[in-house]
Design a protein around this ligand. Sequence first.
Ligand code: F0G
Length: 459
Amino acid sequence: MPEIKGPIEPFRIKVVEPIRSIPQPDREIALQQSGFNIFNIPAEKVFIDLLTDSGTSAMSDGQWAGLVMGDESYAGAKSFFRLEEVVRSIFGFTHVIPTHQGRAAERLLFDALVKPGDYVPNNIHFDTTRANVEVRGGHAVDLANDAAYQPDRDLPFKGDMDVAKLKSFIKAKGRKKIPLVMITVTNNSGGGQPVSLKNIKDVGQLCAHHEIPFFFDACRFAENAWFIKKREKGYEKKPVLEIAQEMFSYADGATMSAKKDGLANIGGFLTLDDDSLAEKIKTGLVIGEGFPTYGGLAGRDLEAVARGLREVLDEDYLEYRTSQVAYLAGLLESGGVPLFKPTGGHAVYILADRFLPHIPRHQYPGWALTVALYREAGVRAVEIGGVMFGRKGKSGREVYPELEMVRLAVPRRVYTASHLRYVADALIDLYKNRGKVRGVRIIRESPYLRHFTARLEEI
Ligand code: F0G
């Protein structure tokens, strides 16, 4: 057999969805109408959509077949028990509580645990987890290791929590003020970086010692397990399923968005061992989501998630998945585009403040880059920077997050190498002409998750 060079799809394509490049005048109109916020642009007006890897996966023939097998019974559907069995076999916790997506699982968990004035440490909170802590009057605290904020350091596990910082934080605040500790795998807001098993074990043991519940934000657990296999000593020969099982064995539970490593278009769950906490959560579930065996999902969705969770642990798939993302990063790097290193599991992160050094932080260079990329190429990407995470400081002036990035999230099993080459060419062109890109200012915003709805103008 010839050697396989570069990412090769371990599937062939059975159904296609037409996409079209968007004429320049249409892109300009779409930008104006959106208030220079690419979240407000209709998908039809986007050529290649790298806004998110969430809910945008292509399902397999097995998953589509599973939709027909979905049991739509209100209570005790067969599809629920199939999902429960799969989740237990990977995550290892007793209770499996389906929710319509990840943030519903977060809401239910934090409703049950977080009181005003509490602290929730995480490596780096994702925006919805942060908002779910803050909306309850809690403090979302990021305790990632220092390298997480150093984009040039090419280290294998930049998602790791800083265990020494966590230790002193617990000492300073006292365990009663810390209702839970979370670790996000992979660390989406910090460049999609994995967390090592050693770190997971250390955090788990520290939390167990202080009797603080330890939960995973597990959206991309399979990609994390794959990086452990590839990068952590002693795991080279272990099946990823066993690595995932070991990851979860150090925790008390997990929230999960099945829209990522569930390979589904909708769905999520909360899984945990604590019986009384599960009881409390199920009460909240019935009020806000649905009966405990469907939790806001159709039976067919439960079925798609159950099948997706098995498929995502296929090692040929994970090899293809991570090398496809690395392929995009390689193209960009060869064109000089400044990137966060190393490449993440689900996305390539551009260092927007270096890409556009003439735009100051208060004019949101990351956001400006998403506008420019859409304007030039009809490609949609997302800012992970000042608009998403900027906060008013005590002085009334805005405080910016350490990293100002633009994420090119690659949907699972959706785009080919030629699509990614187009994106890379567009960005390399833009980089050559970066002086023309203008900063932006916010003219309307909401108090939480402002990036979704803000309206802006160019300066
Ligand atoms: N946690 C992480 C780490 C996430 O990346 C997301 C979603 C969630 C929780 C919430 O899950 O969307 O199912 O409610 N991330 C998407 C993204 C939206 O684009 O990264 P959800």
